[in-house]
Design a protein around this ligand. Sequence first.
Ligand code: PEP
Ligand code: MG
Length: 744
Amino acid sequence: MKDVIQKLAHIVQTVSHATSPNEQMSLIVESISNSIDTDVCSLYRANEKGDMVLYANKGFFSSAVPNIILPAGKGLVGQAAINRRPINVANAQKHPNYLYVTQTKEERFQGFCAVPLVSMRKTIGVLVVQRKAARKYSKMEESFLVTLAAQLALLLVNLPLPKCDEGATNLITGMKGAPGIGIGNCHFCDHFDLFQAPNAPCENIDTELDEWRELLAFVSNQLDDEKASLAGGIVEDVSAIFTTYRMLLSDPGFSREVENRIREGNWLPGALRQATQFLAERFLSMDDPYLQARHEDFHHLGNKLYRTWKGAKAASTKDLSDIVLVGQLVSVSDLASIPRNRLKGVVCYSGSILSHTAVLANALGVPALMGTGPIPGLTDGQTLIVDGHQGQLFVNPGELLLAEYQSLIRDNLRLVRRLDSLRDLPAETTDGERISLYANTGLLADLSPGLNNGAEGIGLYRTEFAFMMRDSFPSEDDQVNTYSHVFSAYQNKPVYIRTIDIGGDKPLPYFQFDKEDNPALGWRGIRFSLDNSNLQMTQVRAMLRAAKDTNNLNIILPMVSSSQEIDAFASLLSDACQQLKDEGLSIVRPPVGIMLEVPGAISQISSWKNKIDFISIGSNDLSQYLLAMDRNNARVASRYDHVHPAVLREIERIISITKASGIPASICGEMASDPVAVVLLTGLGLRKLSVSATKLPQIKWMIRSLSIKKAEYITSKVMQLDSASAIRKQMTEFLGDLGLGEII
Ligand code: PEP
Ligand code: MG
């Protein structure tokens, strides 16, 4: 056994030195051949159709591996794939499923063992060993291969799928970044990758520092120009993203980081790379998906600064009429550099729906696909169809497919015109029930999209972002400044602002947290802020001072699980009000409510009726805790679904308890931005939703197209189903019948 573990460790270590996927695969088959008594080792990878493509081989061929594809389900390899269990036989040719492949001349080999590689329930490949001797592989050898296959599957799943057919249409899938359909020619964004910039000694620290400051000023002006070039043609929300970039650039923390590295003796590109990586990683390690996605902003900015330093010119887009921008991380500046009428789509190998690239693409109405992974074989100028509704990219589409998509584009245009016309209309169902639509935000720069889309207030302002952006706690005055912007932008509209939801897995770089085994259940949210009541007092005083003229403050407490937490906060709030009154300010005590995110809070709601003014359902965390599934863990992401029957039933219970207790309830988790869930939430009785600003028009259209009676009927039907997938399937049918299919 020890031997097996050693061999495995050796193989994993050997493979980790490979510089390309092909080399990795070759090293794997080579190492296996050296580890067990075998003459041949082959690794097959399933393509989109399920055919098994030979990826790497040791033993059949003396030079390059030829293009061998075994049709899906055929031969012993196909059988092992379909049955998802090993086939280990003394003589392969005597097996009824044996399939002879001429190129391999495999009649020389008799002993055969095929082991499937399975990832997320799908067979993604097969590992095969063969030998001349007519002898089965031993139990020990088989179990070694099975163990190795489990490790290999983790590796293989991240490699690009082999193409089905050269020249044929190739389908690539990704995350839906922005809806819509676009057809255009592939145009790569050529980035000088900052992360390749080497360290080098800095010859003169003062000159290098001056060069950095000049570069900073130059790029800041460039951003202003790019923002101006967009502002004429399109909506104002876009400028907010540029404001964020400007804020990051003018943040002393960023500049200080670069300057410190220069002072330590690194030249400008090296210092810029170190500072960018440091800040990007700080955000990447955060648990909140929104904040996590902000790491890309640093990558974009770092690359932009580096390109400018290198004197790079924008790539020419002269020859192409309609453009689909493709790149690792297409930047906001890349988007700004293409005239809107020529920009038909965006494809990013990495990134998520929360990337600013996706946010900008949404605002511009450009379909976008995120996180596709590298697309092998894609070349500049190739025709692409970007389907942002389905999260699909077609490379080299045939004529029929093109015609079909062109007709969909025409239908889509009609829908967009309809949504635009709703902007100033109330979110009212066809039977006259009014639903309040609020916006979620967390950045000053993100205030305008909600306003532009007709938000009636801010349903959730996440304050932690301002804390994470800095290298020390913001002072009371700093916070007053930030919150005042929020309150005055939404003057005469309610703003629900949340006390910092920090701790454990959302660490502050300047506050020492002990490592926790289970941070999601650890020192976070209200637990953290109450224990640091000095920080909480500063924040609450800042909120009260900032809202003293606008009077639209409502405070939300995150992760509440006990009465004591509510009582402790109430007492701190009383202190804060008294202190400010003593200082001569006229302060009104604001309403205070809780985020309902901890399942254990549900049964306590009725006992809190005299303690809280409202509850806001945080369906992101509530679903995570109800289903015991980490919302950010890619391995369980496909199972995490807020329309899971368990989540719906708990929401039904929350609504019933809050109604009986007379506590107003709303929802601010991502569920409220999902059209399918919105039908169910309104059917269950919620009348106030706080949604992503960009989703507001779509959700409003949904509400205006439906009667409450119908929503209640649909909800009562799907509540009888026993899985999220069955619920989604049924909802697709219901909404399709209502002519609302295009919205989901
Ligand atoms: C939630 O948990 O639903 C929520 C809105 O809070 P956050 O996503 O910031 O944890
Ligand atoms: Mg939460």
